[in-house]
Each structure stands twice: as structure tokens, then as C-alpha cells.
Design a protein around this ligand. Sequence first.
Ligand code: MN3
Length: 218
Amino acid sequence: MLAPVDVSRQTYPFTLPELPYGYDALAPHIDRATLELHHQQHHATYVKKLNAALAKQPRLHHTPLAQLLREADQLPDELGTAVKHNGGGHLNHDFFWRVLAPTPARAPRGAIAAALTTQFGSFADFRKQFSEAASGHFASGWVALALDPASAKLEIADLADHEVLETRGRIGLIIIDVWEHAYYLKYQNRRPEFVAAFWNIVNWGHAEQAFARAGAAR
Ligand code: MN3
């Protein structure tokens, strides 16, 4: 197993981490062609364009990615936009890859399972609400289950384009990419089928650990 790369702490020049599983590993839910294209072309291009945008900005070369994104609005227009689009694309894709796992998904356990039941009624009710948000999200973007560390409340976050949870002060637990490039080769316009398939490959172990770390930090 590869040591996980914490992309939020990466600094210039940014690099594309390997996937923590093979390109066939998520089939049939996410097929090899989609996963290869998504990782090697789409994600890789965000990394390349982020580096290109920052190449002539040496004062930003030691700033970690999460901080660059939090401070992007203070950068000159064109640079700020390039950082938000490409840096956000880099961070969200890395999060997405780690939220998926080839082993058949089980239900969440422990503290996060209890929190989902308390806040959404049941795990099934949470899944229904999240699926509706992901299926109904307008245009390109992401839908995440996030934790507000201040209130300890869970929320379903709708993110436009490549907006990241870090700029909202939220901690991400799971996330789904609802850009068309994430599913179009296999599912065409049937996004709800892709969202239904997503539940078979969610890595709840990863979410449980992130939830526990956030709890320990309070
Ligand atoms: Mn994508």
C-alpha cells in the first residue's frame, strides 16, 4: 500500500498522486476507461495548470494548497481564478479518490453512524437526501458530507465548479464528483444511476477516521 500523500499540504510544484487502487478496481461501478481518463487526463490537467499559473509567483511557492485556496480571493483576479479552479480541482479529486474503495461498501460504524442517525433520521434517510442532492446538483460540481467543527453538525454540502470545503471551514467526510466527465462514458445522461453505483464503493472506513480525528481535535 502506498503511503497516502496529503495533497492539502503539498506546495509548488504540485504532483499527481497515484491512485490507491488499480484502474479496474472500481468496476463495474466506475469502469476502467472512465477512471483512467478521469485520473490521467482530467485530474492531471488541473495539476499541470495549477503549476503553470504559479510558475512565475515565487512568493507562493511555499504556501500549502489548502492555504492557497483559503486565500485565493486575495490574489489578483486571473491568478485567483486559476488557483480556485485548478487547485480546487486537485484537492477535490484527491479527496474523491480516497473516499472510494474497491471492497464492497459496508454501512458506516461507530460515532459517525450515530451522528448520521441523529441528524438525518437513519442511514437510509441520509443516503436518500445525499443522493437527491447529487442527482439534482445543477451543472458541474461536487456534493459532500461535511462536518462543521464548531457546531459538530453534519451537513450535505453542494459545491459549485471546484469549490472546496476548506474555504467554508468544513471537514470533508465523503464526496462525489458530479461533473459529466466523472460518469458520462458509462452512464451518459443518467447521473442518478452513477450516484446509486457510488454507494457500492464508498470507503466508510476513511470517513470514520476523519470523523474521529475531528472529534479528537475539539
Ligand atoms: Mn472530476
